[in-house]
Design a protein around this ligand. Sequence first.
Ligand code: ADE
Ligand code: ZN
Length: 334
Amino acid sequence: MTRHLLKAEIHCHLEGAAPPDLTRAQAQKYGVDVSSILDENGYVWSDFSAFLVCYDAVASLFRTADDYAKLTESYLAELAAVNTIYSEIIVSPDHGDRIGLGADAYLAGVCDGIHAAREATGIEARIIVTGERHFGPERVIAAAQYAARARNPLVTGFNMAGEERMGRVADYARAFDIARDAGLGLTIHAGEVCGASSVRDALDVVRPSRIGHGVRAIEDTALVERLAELGTVLEVCPGSNIALKVFPDFDSHSLRALKAAGVRVCLNSDDPPFFRTSLAREYEIASSAMGFSDAEINGMTRTAIEAAFVDEATRVRLLSRLDAETGDDGRKPA
Ligand code: ADE
Ligand code: ZN
C-alpha cells in the first residue's frame, strides 16, 4: 500500500485532469454535444492522435476564469487528499486564446485555483506553460513569449507537448531560447510516441533539465548513459504509457531498467482520467505492478522535488517534509 506515502508530481496537464463528470457538467452548461468523446465509461479515444483531439475538445469546454479556477482547485484538492505535497500543472495559454477567454484570464483562473487549494490543504503548486507542438512553431514561440512576459511567480517552467511526430525539435528551438533567457525551467515531451532519436534531439537542441516521458530512450544504450551522466530527470507516466501503447504492459515498461542504469526518474499521472489513472494509482502501480520498495518510491518523490521548478527555500521546505516522513535524507541508495 502506498496511500500513506508523501507524493509529488511534476507532469500533469490541467485539462487532462478534468474528471468526466465535470466535463459532462461543463458540456451541459455550454450546450455542447460530447457524445463522440465521452461515454458512460469515460473519455473515448483510440490512439494518440485521437487522444489529442479528445483532449482539445475537453479543453474547449472550460471557458471562463472561474471554470479554470474550479478545475485547478479540485485537482489539487484530490492530490492533497492522497498526501501530495507538491504539484506542477502544465497549462496552455493557447487554450485560453482558442476559446476567446484570453491567456491572461485563463492564467488568472489557474492562479486563483492554486491559491484556494493551498489555503485549504497546504499543497504547494507551480505552473508550467506549454506550447502545443501540433499548433506549429509560431504558436509555441508565442506561448514562450507569453510565459516570459507574464512574470508571474507561479509560472516557473516551459514545456512543449502535443504531437511529437510534427516537425523537428530544431523548428521549436527559438521558443526554448526565449523561455531559457527568461529564467524558466525547461522540459519537453520526447521519447513517448517517437523513439530514442527524439530524446537525443531534445538534449542537443533544448538542453532541458527534465524530459516529459523520455522512456523510449531505453532503445539506445549510449543515450541512457548520457541521461544518467547529465542527471536529466525523466518525468515518467507509466499508466499513460500503457494506455497509449508505448509499452504493451507494466512488465515491459522501461522505468525499472532506466532507474537501474542510474537515470533520475519520478512518477506522474500525465492526463489521469483519460488513462483511467491517478497519481495515487501511479504510486500503487510502481509498488505492486513494478515491484519498487517504499524506499525506492520515496527516492523518486525526492527526485521530483529536487527537479521541481521552485525557488530554493520552497525546495528545502518540501525536502525536509519528505525527510521527516521517511526518516532519512533519501540520498542513501534505496
Ligand atoms: N498533451 C497531453 N498529454 C500529452 C501526452 N501524453 N503527450 C503529448 N502531449 C500531451
Ligand atoms: Zn504529458
